[in-house]
Design a protein. Sequence first.
Length: 140
Amino acid sequence: MVATSVTPPTGSFDVQDLDDADAADMLALATLTAPGPFAEKTHRLGGFVGIRENGRLLAMAGERMKPGPFTEISGVCTQPDCRGRGYAGFLMRVVASRILARNEKPFLHSYATNAAAIALYQSLGFAVHQSITATVLRRV
């Protein structure tokens, strides 16, 4: 999915840029929520932002792959007890807006069966760019 613009945010949250000092908290959140591949130094691939409350990292989103003029939004995750507050959409708008400001195109991916995520992405301004079929082969 690719966006050429993003919808304006609803609400406001105190967003912080995340860096090496936040790496352990970021890895812990990603390990808990499994947003996709995320390792100890993934945050160094691009800008990450987060929302904290009383020192606890509640949600984050950032950048990863940068093929050509595209930049992937990745690592989007929210503490399970904090879902439904609008954190993911808000942070994705922040990241996508920064990407667009650099004249790059924000993109992301989702399993076709993840209707909730796709609905969120579409509400932010993302549209399906391409469908991919992946086949996993293994010995039996």
